[in-house]
Design a binder for this molecule. Sequence first.
Ligand code: SF4
Ligand code: SF4
Length: 167
Amino acid sequence: MTFWEKLYIPAIAKGMAITFKHIFRKKPTINYPEKTRPFSPVFRGVQVLNRDEEGRERCTACGLCAVACPAEAITMEAAERLPGEENLYREEKYAVKYEINMLRCIFCGLCEEACPKDAVYLSETMVPSNYNRKTFVYSKQELLIPNPLTDPEAFAKAKGARPEKTL
Ligand code: SF4
Ligand code: SF4
């Protein structure tokens, strides 16, 4: 070590210069969750189970999304639509149970790609944090988009700027 290095003064001065330089810079941190940073246009958030323009559930419980999912995050149970339920379910078969485990999901979007009915898509909403693991298994009721006939405002908000797929 040289004499100056033994004094540590140049090193201290250099460290203080870096500190002062950063004091006057704009903070790179944000006060999440009060503030959120703008997301990329291709951001993929929590899944939404879609309805058609008449408010009927689009999902036909074909299982293609579950097969396509590399994380095995999707589980479902199918049921037959009964006479008189045509206003609830678009197809003759529907998902009586549909769950996504958000702790497994890697938000790859393959479920959306695989779906032939435009029934599932990844929204612009982040999965909220929680201390309880069980709350990360989202049920069908949590995933279903609001009904456009009974709650058009909530439906439009959940839908965002996403265009309808042509099937
Ligand atoms: S986004 Fe990917 S990992 Fe998540 S449920 Fe869909 S297919 Fe599975
Ligand atoms: S979300 Fe789509 S791919 Fe998945 S079961 Fe329903 S219709 Fe099939």
